[in-house]
Write a protein that binds this ligand. Structure first.
Ligand code: ADP
Ligand code: MG
Length: 588
């Protein structure tokens, strides 16, 4: 029997009670992860299951767990760990529905933020299945209010998210405390190195079940990419939001820090947005999610793993603020829109050094992503105007309380303004159109001649001032002694040769310059031109103002004008150079 031929749950050898519950829940056909996962878990093997969000992983382990509970015992026989309180509640409820016709099965959700005394009282009455968050489960273990001597099955649900939230140590100590002969099951939407290392340590000859690339081709998602300079990404994003009238969307980015930055940027521009990532406390998470679900917030910015556990539907679109490092993440991201037969938009903002990743994704998904044209400032003003006129007309037709404000025009006319001036100024204010800060021509990067073949051309050729090509400075000998390659720009910013100290501290910095530390070095194959290109491009400062660059094996020092240091830190931190993530800081 191959899994493709499984058309109903009855082929999986489940008990009548479960089948009845499934019928009542409206589950007619097992999903692929269920068709493969249920038999594997039922036969008692350790299992690693990988499938995208929303593919029914809960029932894939929930059903076999229920099938193996011995009602005549009062002991905890299965423990399910979930990353968040919402998920713990969702999972325990889903298992509860599956158990509807199995009399006497007791399931308890155990999570932080809920009264521990109440939890202790229900645990005392006897519970068969505990669904909990790692922190609170540890808490109960320490208080000895939870005993695991009879546990036969241990499930790690949404393992990648649990690790992202920093539960690794808790998970490991819980696993270490479980009876040796238990069965261990791990479900996750993605597999990472830390997950693999946990499975190696704690799983016994596991069966690996992987269901990916789910239904990507037959959903109705419009996939478009835009070639955007990194510093113009928020601008382009808001233009796309305006242009397409996106009222509920998820914005994805690769780092937690970026989430916070984007949210701040969007809020400053007047967009109702909030962020979600692994560092938020439970309470903050719930707040963010309920505001988004209620439509108070229209834009949710998230990292890949944080978005995993959240259950949102009816999104107008997904924006990839940056391109994910893993092709599967792309599939997960855009799969959040265009559900249930509705159409959705997936826009990807692609910086120059992300272009190759986009190509990899196209190769992987076998779907062509179209290149889009960034809406012009005029387009945006036009769209906003049309919506403004519409809302004013509605407001006039509704007509309430307007007599109270009718004399505003008169007052302004009295001050010497014409009706046109007044309306124009008010319209601009209300429409909230930003200044065309970047211009229209400065948003996209241009394909350079030979861009395809060469790895990063020489940006400095086009600079009018002759300096700019970076060469090894005269203090090369000294650089070698210290293990650094040192590059100093020709011309005004060449650093005077100075006394350098031995212990890798940066030498004294030229007046007006700030020395920055970068976490990339020779081992990352970066060249001075990569650094200059990245800093100049991202922070929008002229390349020729960047001073000396000292490249060591594992890190680099670079001098930038003091007044630009903040901007460089902001633009570069968590960003990439030649596709490699970089941390940047003021050198100590
Ligand atoms: P995951 O954990 O993979 O993200 P869930 O287990 O939360 O997915 O399931 C997502 C939704 O699909 C839930 O509402 C669940 O009730 C429903 N579901 C699960 N399996 C089936 C099925 N075989 N048929 C129909 N709906 C299902
Ligand atoms: Mg799940």
């Amino acid at each position: 029997m191959t899994t493709e031929t499984i058309e109903s749950f009855s082929e999986l050898g489940l008990s009548e009670n479960i089948l009845k519950a499934l019928t009542e829940m409206g589950f007619t056909k097992p999903s692929p992860i269920q068709a493969q996962g249920i038999p594997a878990v039922m036969q008692g093997s350790d299992v690693i299951g990988q499938a995208q969000t929303g593919t029914g992983k809960t029932a894939a382990f929930g059903i076999p767990v229920l099938e193996r509970i011995d009602i005549t015992s009062n002991a905890v026989q299965a423990l399910v760990l979930c990353p968040t309180r919402e998920l713990a509640v969702q999972v325990s409820e889903e298992i509860g529905r599956l158990a509807k016709f199995q009399r006497g099965i007791k399931i308890e959700a155990i999570y932080g933020g809920d009264s521990i005394d109440r939890q202790i009282r229900s645990l005392k009455k006897g519970v068969h299945i505990v669904v909990g968050t790692p922190g609170r489960v540890m808490d109960h273990m320490e208080r000895k209010t939870l005993k695991f001597d009879e546990v036969r099955m241990m499930v790690l649900d949404e393992a990648d998210e649990m690790l992202d939230m920093g539960f690794r140590e808790d998970i490991e100590s819980i696993l270490a405390d479980m009876p040796e002969d238990r069965q261990t099951i791990l479900f996750s939407a993605t597999m990472s190195k830390p997950i693999m290392s946990i499975t190696k340590r704690f799983l016994n000859d596991p069966i690996l079940i992987k269901v990916v690339r789910n239904e990507l081709t037959n959903v109705n998602i419009e996939q478009v990419y835009f070639e955007v300079k990194p510093q113009a990404k928020v601008e382009v994003m808001t233009r796309l939001i305006d242009m397409h009238h996106l009222k509920s969307l998820l914005v994805f980015c690769n780092t937690k820090r970026k989430v916070d930055e984007i949210v701040e940027d969007l809020q400053l521009r007047g967009y109702a947005s909030e962020g979600i990532h692994g560092d938020l406390r439970q309470q903050q998470r719930s707040n963010v999610m309920s505001k988004f679900k209620a439509g108070v917030t229209t834009i949710l910015v998230a990292t890949d793993v944080a978005a995993r556990g959240i259950d949102v539907s009816g999104l107008d679109g997904v924006i990839n603020y940056d391109i994910p490092l893993d092709e599967e993440y792309y599939v997960h991201r855009i799969g959040r829109t265009g559900r249930a037969g509705m159409s959705g938009k997936a826009f990807s903002l692609v910086a120059r050094d992300e272009k190759y990743r986009l190509k990899t994704i196209e190769g992987y998904t076998k779907v062509k992503i179209e290149k889009g044209v960034i809406p012009s400032y005029e387009d945006i003003v036009g769209v906003r105007k049309a919506r403004f006129v519409e809302s004013i007309s509605v407001s006039i037709q509704e007509g309430d309380d307007q007599e109270l404000f009718g004399d505003v025009l008169e007052m302004l006319q009295h001050a010497g303004y014409s009706t046109e001036q007044v309306v124009g100024a008010m319209a601009k204010q209300i429409m909230g159109v930003q200044k065309n800060e970047y211009g229209d021509s400065n948003l996209a990067w241009e394909e350079r001649r030979g861009d395809a073949g060469r790895s990063g051309g020489d940006r400095f050729e086009r600079r009018p001032s002759s300096g700019g090509r970076f060469e090894r400075g005269n203090d090369r000998r000294e650089g070698e002694r210290r293990g650094a390659d040192r590059y100093a720009p020709k011309g005004d910013f060449r650093r005077p040769e100075g006394v350098r100290d031995e212990n890798r501290k940066p030498a004294s910095v030229e007046a007006g310059m700030t020395r920055l530390f970068l976490s990339l070095g020779r081992k990352d194959h970066i060249m001075p031109k990569d650094i200059v290109g990245a800093i100049a491009g991202e922070a929008n400062i002229p390349g020729k103002t960047i001073g000396a660059i000292d490249i060591y094996d594992k890190f680099t020092f670079v001098d930038v004008p003091e007044r630009d240091a903040r901007a460089v830190l902001r633009a570069m931190d968590g960003n990439t150079i030649k596709g490699k993530p970089v941390q940047i800081d003021i050198a100590k």
